[in-house]
Design a protein around this ligand. Sequence first.
Ligand SMILES: [Zn+2]
Length: 246
Amino acid sequence: MDLMSNPLRAAGDGGLGFCYGSDPDLFRGCGALEDGPLLIALDSNIIFDLEDHGAAILDGEEIIGVDAKLQAQLGALGQILELWLLRDIRFIVVPRTRLDYRKEPSVERVASRERTFRRIEAAVTFQADDWGDEHRRFLGERPATAAVEEAIARVSILDGLMLRSAWDAGVDVFLTRDDTVLAAVADSPPSFPLVLDPAGLMGHLSSMGSNAFDLGTVEHAGCRWAVGVPFGDSGKWVPLFEALSV
Ligand SMILES: [Zn+2]
C-alpha cells in the first residue's frame, strides 16, 4: 500500500480544491501531496452549534439569545459554509469526537447524539461514501513527532485523545470553540493541525485572498486545477439544508 497516495478519491468533486503550496501554515496534513481539499476536523462543540443554530446560520438570520462572542463565531461558521459550497473543503468528525464525554451520558442521550452526528456529518462531509476511508488521510500509521506529543501533553487527557485522533487523520485544521484547547495549542507548529475557532479560521482564509473562487491557488507545475474544474456544485446545498432544518 502506498502510504502517500491520496485516499480522498475524486479530488475536485467538491468544487475547486487548493494548491497546498499556497499556504504551508494552513495545509498541515497534506504530506507530499501538492493539490487537494482543505481537510477540517470538527470538535463536538461545532457540531452542536450546527445542530442548535444551523438553519439560522444558513438563512443568514440574526441568531438571538446568544452573546456577542458566540454571535461572531456563528457568523464565521456561516462564512466557512459559504466557502465550502464553492470550494473543496471536507469536514470530518474524527472518531474520538464521538466519545467526547465529560461524564457517561444516558443510553438515550448517546443514541440521539449519534443521530445528530451522523446527520450533520453526512451533510457537511459531502459525498463521504465516495472517498473511501476519508477519516484516514494517510491510510493508517502516522507516527507522532516529539512536537506533536508536546502539544498533546498541554491539554487534558480527553482533549488529547481528540487531538491525537485529528493528527492521525491528517487533517489541516481542528475547528473548536473550546477556549482551553485553543489557548494551549493554538501556536503549535506544522505539521500539528492548526487549531482554530471559526472566526480564526475565517480570518486565515480571508487573508489568503478576497476572491472565494480562487483563494489558496497558486501557479505551479502540474497543478491539478490548471485545467479547471466544474463550479457551482448544487449537490452540497440541499443535503446540508435538509440536515440542519429538521
Ligand atoms: Zn495547484
